[in-house]
Write a protein of this length. Sequence first.
Length: 260
Amino acid sequence: MIRSSLSAKLRQGKGKQFARRVRHQGMIPAVLYGPGKESRNLEVNPTDLTRAISTKAGENTLIDLTVEGEAARIVLVREIQVDPISRVYLHADLYEVPMDKKVRVLVPIAIRGEAAGVKEGGVLDQIIREIEVSCLPTEIPEQLEIDVSALKIGEAAHAKDIPLLPGVEIMIEADQTVVTIVAPRKEEELAAAVPAAEAAAEEPERIGEKKPEGEEGEEGEKAEAGKEKAPKEKGSKEKGPKEKGDAPKEKEKKSKGDKK
């Protein structure tokens, strides 16, 4: 198991103001904790921390941590908070590891060999890229390898197919799929999928945008027809009195005819 070293200082104070002050001085705040241990506020050099975990084991590297001249203790990096824009470290959680007890860590999965199905034109699809294992700190593997050489199109490799070292236990279901070889999509299927994908991409824009006049389609025409009908109905009500007014004119014509 790869080991690194790191030094830290005790940090006085808590809160955002103290954290900003620490970062302004070129350090980052950190917390040290462990089973049966009281948590301690520390500050570490981000460059030294980067160097400590720049190994094949990454954050699973066992680190000999020294705090201001105290005896070294073995820790694992449990979490590092990173600025999403500048990508600089903001905070670190350091876990003091009991060397006689198992710990749970995430270990990357490496693919070994070229699948027979890939040679036939299939596509390798890796479902799981890292897997949680339980083991003693000194037995943490750098990575787990899975051989896919014999996999044909339509076949898969599962968690139970990963060879493990003694003392290492996988913490997921044994029949969970890790890698599968899928058949390549036919050109006709790809050609048919492109217009459908473009139509699906355009649909939200049509719903969210206001359409220019004359482009409303069937619904717009119905709406315009409804608008035109409304004044006609009002106009028909206004014609009522006029119709009553027309009746005397007809009587007048008749009366004139009688006189003739």
